[in-house]
Design a protein around this ligand. Structure first.
Ligand SMILES: [Zn+2]
Length: 472
């Protein structure tokens, strides 16, 4: 491991980073669009200087070694507290975030009870404070009471309490009528509506992407049309609402099909205020993994059974996600959308479960995988394969999601800004780590990447000027 890194500020999680000198290293600043060799000086938790280097001063710093970026932002994490603390707690979720380089995390409201009123937000915040983690915990509120889809929640009260968006994930917003009201109301509050696009009329009992692999495995198909028709509905509602409420905003989360991303691409070109994210697993894995293939999506052949790609047993319930892992063409579309900016952000959809819920037959497994700790490594695999630029990967983890939550974060910048509390991640692209359950801070250890080596070990995460994670 090359470590031109630092006079460390070593200490415990939560302590102010008194003195930290990083570099020469490869700095990536997505706000200015600049990347190159440089040094960063932190004193008493504040970024005192960001210095770009050239010539002999820059020796030893390149994009394949130690990289410094702004701390990552996740728009979509299921932290399970309150209600399902066996699967994850705020404390373990924030520890996982820090290990993955995330310094701002938006919790989803599908807790028990649902985060549909300010009292639940207060509980979530109290748990974050008690954890001692400096990672910033933000939260989305539910669109409807109890996420039941019938009656709009008290969006104004939730906005006053500080939520950063509204969503009924992991369910879609039930009807177009509720969606229209929600878009208008949230728009007036200057907050986005975040939808999980799924037409449940097409997915009842569905287990796997409707295609060749599902047919061969005898799994019930989950058609791409279930996502695409929901996206079309959402975009039509948005187009209607923005005429009266220009501030209305729609964000579509975990899009997974080429058709859905194409609809968003066209809506953006037409000027609609829509944004979206894709997950690391949908761009890097395909439904061939259900058959036992274990290649990255971009390395895959046409047929896992004839290409010699099978490397594991089929029907691994740890691969059950919603939306399901799609075809190689869909995964390529997710990656292309990220590269061309159609996808504004990467959202992890971190969704840990207890083994009781996942050690069952495929179709009965609780859908969802932990994602906070592997997101960077999976994206860097795409970078290493030449499918994505490092700058674009970092932007999709920082300024992209940052633009959505904007002024509701305590952070003054999602770049490398002088004079602000340090919010940054240092990782080494020349170093790798093996994803093992005891290497994960999350309680959810059912990762599809278990046993896999990922490049880009996180060395240090600093949030709000305080130590969040340090690789021992
Ligand atoms: Zn969802």
């Amino acid at each position: 491991m090359t470590t031109p890194v630092m006079a460390r500020a070593a200490g415990e999680v939560g302590v102010v980073v008194a003195e930290l000198d990083i570099g020469p290293a490869w700095l990536v600043d997505p706000v200015t669009g600049r990347e190159g060799p440089g040094e960063i000086v932190v004193r008493d938790g504040v970024v005192e200087a960001v210095t770009w280097l050239d010539g002999s001063e820059a020796a030893g710093a390149d994009a394949g070694g130690v990289v410094v970026a702004p701390g990552f932002v996740d728009l979509h994490a299921h932290l399970r507290e309150p209600g399902d603390e066996d699967a994850e707690t705020i404390a373990t979720g924030l520890a996982a975030a820090a290990h993955g380089g995330f310094t701002t995390v938006c919790a989803m409201p599908d807790t028990t009870p649902a985060l549909d009123e300010p009292g639940v937000l207060a509980r979530v915040r109290a748990a974050a404070l008690a954890s001692g983690s400096p990672v910033e915990l933000l939260a989305h509120g539910a669109v409807t009471v109890g996420r039941a889809g019938a009656q709009l929640a008290a969006l104004g009260e939730l906005a006053d309490a500080g939520v950063v968006g509204f969503t009924d994930d992991d369910a879609p917003i039930a009807t177009a009528a509720i969606l229209r009201n929600a878009l208008a109301y949230a728009g007036a509050l200057d907050l986005p509506i975040i939808d999980h696009a799924e037409d449940r009329g097409l997915t009842a009992g569905a287990e796997a992407h409707d295609g060749y692999v599902a047919t061969v495995l005898g799994l019930r198909g989950w058609p791409a049309a279930a996502e695409e028709s929901a996206v079309a509905r959402d975009l039509a509602a948005l187009a209607d609402v923005v005429r009266d409420v220009p501030a209305a905003r729609l964000h579509l989360t975990h899009l997974s099909t080429a058709g859905a991303l194409d609809l968003v691409r066209r809506a953006k070109a037409a000027g609609l205020p829509v944004t979206c994210d894709v997950t690391p697993h949908h761009l890097a894995l395909t439904d061939s993994w259900l058959a036992g293939a274990r290649s990255w999506a971009w390395d895959e052949g046409a047929d896992p059974w004839t290409d010699g790609a099978i490397a594991a047993a089929p029907y691994d319930p740890g691969l059950r996600v919603v939306p399901p892992l799609r075809s190689a063409a869909d995964a390529a579309a997710c990656l292309a959308a990220l590269a061309d900016g159609t996808a504004d952000a990467v959202g992890t959809d971190h969704a840990p479960h207890t083994s009781v819920d996942t050690d069952v037959e495929f179709g009965a497994a609780a859908p969802g995988i932990p994602g906070l700790e592997t997101a960077l490594g999976v994206l860097l695999a795409a970078v290493d394969a030449g499918r994505l630029s490092l700058a674009r990967a970092i932007a999709a983890l920082t300024v992209g999601p940052g633009a959505l939550i904007g002024g509701r974060s305590r952070r003054r910048s999602f770049g490398l800004a002088e004079g602000a509390p340090a919010d940054l991640v240092v990782f080494d692209r020349s170093d790798s780590w093996t994803v093992l359950s005891d290497a994960l801070a999350s309680k959810g250890t059912r990762s599809p990447f278990l046993g896999r080596e990922l490049r880009g070990r996180v060395l240090l995460t600093v949030a709000d000027g305080r130590l969040a994670y340090e690789n021992a």
